[in-house]
Design a binder for this molecule. Structure first.
Ligand code: ADP
Ligand code: MG
Length: 618
């Protein structure tokens, strides 16, 4: 045994403890935490040692907040003080959430439709970030109790489609919980790491991650190459999960007995009893052929065959999303090397067989589907801790990002499906003489006009030294980091004036919005293109008008009177054409102006050269 001695202090050095970075799966329904210990990954369980899942539910009781199973038990007795599905609220504004509000028992605040959503309990307001932080604190507490030491660093997973605002919100929740979030990792990426896919650089694989949780369904197609993880496509349904299977079971039972769904709505605790029994039936059928039970005098029964029948539509929905994702990725089934099952609901034999059949290969369920994502997060944490050879994780950005330019046009700087981290830049200039400030408005979306896209934020590049229009060289840089968080920098290169901001969007884009924006952009491509062409012509015409004014000003003395009046007439025609919506008329007016002024401009140029030569006294 070696004993390290600190020679200066003359003391025995304390054993250097390896720092643990934890991996967290912050789920909609359940959350869990894990860490790597050598080659092993330890998933933290409760006292009984059997359950690793912490229900993502909070209850505000008399003596503060409780999280997990205890909170879950309060769903019925105190619905207005018991919060679930917080993940759905992350990075969202009230406007994003109209549909959700009616379906939850707690109070979602709607004063300011553009601000981030808040939840009210006993006259106090909580943001989803604070609420998620409570769940994270609980996980942190559990792991600290297990390790008997403090932890302060974490990797947290999010769905691959999470946008900038949602990732930021998740990161902030970590900070609030006293955790430095070293990396936000996509859930499917974590799942593949858990399966050991991508841990060797030589490996080349295309895999499908099928994740059916409690309330959401996500399908992701990843390509792993040279240790690089690329999300080729993601699809899914943010309102499809295990809960819906419970619902079809309840509906089936109600059809058998003298009760209606209205009765369950009116008697909340009866409703909850049915939900509990339905979930129990579903889980039982994952291991046995038949389920029987009773609620009071009502006998409840369900067999596998009936369950298969009543849940067929739900499973088909997920397969349809698989089809769309495969299409997006441009792949066929034979290109898929492995299909990985994630999420508690993939325990259903029906799901396993349907997915295996759909992809023509046995779906991999060798790891516990509840734990896969947390295990992967722990492996990523271990990589970041420097305990494994470094691997690069590459994701894609789901929507284009750009800035507003003259006329409300969207100028894309980082395009949709770009690999992150990435950076891109472009140069712009001013359109007005002596312009001192330039507003930079950043947008996300696929449409040509910013008004149809989502604003991420704006800032002003100030104190540009006065220069004629067109002279300043303004460089705008977009830097998208590995977590998918955007920083925008603007600088005037001639004067070195610089400003930058991390884009913290006032509100995020919901998946529904994202899907809608993509569909819109396809449907409106033609009309957008026309509008874009028109706006471009107007911009060009305005530039010609400005240039003409300058020309008239500079050549006042040399121009003949009829020439001046002819130019003014052409100017008026051009100006008038820009007020209409005919691109052709504008083009014709520009053409007329150019034809007339070109020879005059040449003459002026010759005059000026002659003058310059004379002035320089050669
Ligand atoms: P999330 O990722 O949304 O937090 P989970 O992956 O924890 O969700 O999945 C929770 C869902 O899994 C619940 O709907 C639960 O009923 C379901 N589930 C858990 N175990 C089983 C099982 N043995 N059979 C069927 N469904 C199950
Ligand atoms: Mg999950």
């Amino acid at each position: 045994m070696k004993i390290p001695i600190n020679l200066k202090a003359g003391e025995v050095d304390k054993e250097e403890k390896r720092e643990v970075i934890i991996g967290i799966d912050l789920g909609t329904t359940n959350s869990l935490v894990a860490y790597a210990d050598g080659d092993e990954v330890i998933v933290i369980r409760d006292e009984s040692g059997s359950n690793a899942l912490v229900p993502s539910i909070l209850h505000f009781g008399a003596d503060g907040v409780v999280v997990g199973d205890t909170a879950r038990k309060k769903l019925i007795s105190a619905p207005e003080r018991t919060i679930y599905s917080v993940k759905r609220l992350m990075g969202k504004s009230y406007a994003d959430l109209e549909s959700l509000k009616s379906s939850v028992g707690y109070n979602v605040i709607d004063q300011d439709t553009e601000a981030l959503v808040k939840i009210e309990i006993d006259g106090k307001y909580y943001t989803p970030i604070e609420l998620s932080a409570e769940i994270l604190k609980e996980l942190k507490k559990r792991v600290e109790k297990h390790l008997k030491t403090e932890v302060s660093k974490a990797v947290i997973t999010v769905p691959a489609y999470f946008n900038d605002a949602q990732r930021q919100a998740t990161r902030d929740a970590g900070k609030l919980a006293g955790l430095e979030v070293l990396r936000i990792v996509n859930e499917p990426t974590a799942a593949s790491l858990a399966y050991g896919i991508g841990l060797s650089k030589e490996e080349e694989k295309t895999i499908v991650v099928y994740d059916l949780g409690g309330g959401t369904f996500d399908i992701s197609i990843l390509q792993i190459q040279n240790g690089i993880f690329e999300v080729l496509a993601t699809h899914g349904d943010t309102y499809l999960g295990g809960d819906d299977f419970d619902k079809v079971i309840i509906d089936y039972w109600l059809s058998q007995i003298e009760l209606s769904s209205e009765d369950l709505n009116n008697d909340k605790s009866l409703g909850q009893e049915f939900r509990t029994k339905a979930e129990e039936a579903k889980k039982t059928l994952s291991n046995s052929e038949n389920y029987t039970s009773a609620i009071g005098a009502y006998a409840l029964q369900l067999d596998r065959k009936t369950f298969a029948h009543i849940s067929e539509a739900l499973i088909n929905k997920t397969l349809h999303a698989c089809k769309l994702a495969m299409k997006d990725a441009g792949l066929s089934k034979k290109d898929i090397n492995q299909v990985v099952l994630v999420g508690g609901s993939t325990r259903m034999p029906l799901v396993k067989s349907a997915v295996s059949e759909y992809f023509d290969q046995k779906a991999d369920d060798s790891l516990d589907p509840d734990e896969v994502v947390a295990i992967g997060a722990a492996i990523q944490a271990d990589i970041l801790a420097g305990n494994r050879k470094d691997l690069l994780l590459i994701d894609i950005t789901p929507l284009s990002m750009g800035i507003e330019t003259v006329g409300g046009l969207m100028d894309v700087i980082i395009s949709r499906n770009s690999k992150v981290p990435t950076r891109a830049g472009r140069q712009y200039t001013t359109s007005v003489d002596g312009q001192k400030n330039l507003k930079i408005a950043v947008f996300q979306g696929e449409r040509d006009l910013v008004q149809h896209n989502r604003k991420l934020g704006e800032f002003i590049l100030k104190d540009i030294p006065p220069m004629p229009a067109g002279i300043p060289k303004i460089e705008i840089k977009f830097i998208l980091d590995a977590d998918g968080i955007l920083t925008v920098k603007a600088s005037e290169l001639r004067s070195n004036v610089e400003t930058q901001m991390e884009i913290r969007s006032a509100y995020g884009i919901s998946e529904e919005d994202m899907a809608r924006m993509l569909i819109d952009s396809l449907q409106n491509a033609e009309s957008d293109m026309k509008t874009k062409a028109l706006l471009e012509s107007i911009n060009e015409a305005n530039n010609i008008l400005l240039a003409t004014d300058r020309f008239l000003e500079q050549n006042k003395s040399a121009l003949k009177e009829d020439q001046v009046s002819q130019i003014i007439e052409l100017k008026e025609e051009l100006l008038a054409s820009t007020k209409g919506d005919s691109k052709d008329k504008i083009e014709a007016a520009m053409q007329a102006m150019n034809t007339y002024t070109e020879p005059l401009a040449h003459e002026a140029l010759d005059r000026n050269i002659g003058k310059a030569l004379k002035d320089s006294k050669v």
